[in-house]
Design a protein around this ligand. Structure first.
Ligand code: NAP
Length: 272
């Protein structure tokens, strides 16, 4: 498949998800968040990944409305925070209100907390109501997914997890592919921690691309949705200029060999 900024990957519920999205974790709410979202939409992104805990849903919503782009063309994700499992419907309605939307394209369980099974049932109801067009999970390991699939008739549309060469979650990727759960790559730029890795720079040099662009392109070539974050217009644009080249198979293999189980965010391995 020839990838472009308009590419949507199919999810198991029959809907499509734009392959490239802007992440807004740690993007300060207010003018900076609005500007980042507007810059992304101007650069051609049609997918924004926020969460209740990011504290910037209202700014994302304001930018979406300011853009004037039809709602149906933009894919918006938000997430159920860990402390809101007592009443997921209330938390969801608050997110919708902050976003000034009447539906989200994707509602994710942010983390596999112990109350996850009851909350998943509520998320299934939100899905059935049409207010969450697709539902999925985040930070789920194979163990958490196995348990959920054994109990539920709804297979999560996506599992959003940390993914970059320094954390190559191959087993999880193959498991998700076998269950038709799309992986979304979070912290694809290693949260900024490995962008100056010498081996990465060497590969980037071959393609006259930045290391950030190589990391983003690698996710896409693995068939993953990818969610780079930046607050700077020039980087937002740079991170979307990844559709005019292709990483060759031997370089993909080399990138895959850089795994060192680096977790830049959180490690859900032992989440009960
Ligand atoms: P990331 O996208 O891996 O990296 C962001 C960092 O890289 C920022 O410091 C950014 O700085 C810098 N950066 C961006 N583009 C760059 C470029 N072209 N060149 C050099 N530096 C660049 O980090 P992330 O925010 O951890 O992950 C991305 C998104 O994934 C989040 O925003 C969020 O939507 C999602 N996420 C989800 C979870 C979850 O639990 N579900 C966890 C983590 C992340 P500037 O902003 O200053 O440009």
């Amino acid at each position: 498949m020839k990838l472009s900024i308009n590419t949507r990957f199919p999810m198991n519920d029959g809907l499509g998800i734009p392959a490239l999205g802007l992440g807004v974790w740690q993007t300060p709410s207010g003018k900076q968040c609005e500007a980042a979202v507007l810059a992304a939409l101007e650069a051609g992104y049609r997918h924004i990944d926020t969460a209740a805990i990011y504290g910037n849903e209202a700014s994302v919503g304001a930018a979406l409305h300011k853009s004037g782009i039809p709602r149906t063309e933009i894919f918006v994700t938000t997430k159920l925070w860990n402390e809101d499992h007592g009443n997921p419907t209330k938390a969801f309605d608050k997110s919708l209100k902050r976003l000034q939307l009447d539906y989200v394209d994707l509602y994710l369980m942010h983390f596999p907390v112990p109350e996850r099974n009851q909350s998943w049932t509520v998320m299934e109801e939100l899905h059935a109501s049409g207010k969450a067009r697709s539902i999925g999970v985040s930070n789920f390991t194979i163990r958490h997914l196995d348990e959920l699939l054994a109990r539920s008739k709804t297979i999560p549309a996506v599992n959003q997890v940390e993914f970059h060469p320094f954390l190559y979650q191959k087993e999880l990727l193959e498991y998700c592919q076998s269950k038709k759960i799309l992986i979304e790559a979070y912290s694809p730029l290693t949260h900024g921690q490995r962008l100056d890795d010498r081996r990465l720079q060497q590969i980037a040099g071959k393609y006259a691309k930045s290391t950030a662009q190589i990391l983003i392109r690698r996710c896409l070539q693995h068939g993953l949705v990818v969610l780079p974050k930046s607050v700077r217009r020039e980087r937002i644009e740079e991170n979307s200029a990844v559709f005019d080249f292709e990483i060759k198979a031997d370089d993909m293999t080399q990138l895959d060999s850089l795994n060192e189980n680096l977790r830049t965010c959180w490690d859900p391995t032992d989440a009960p």
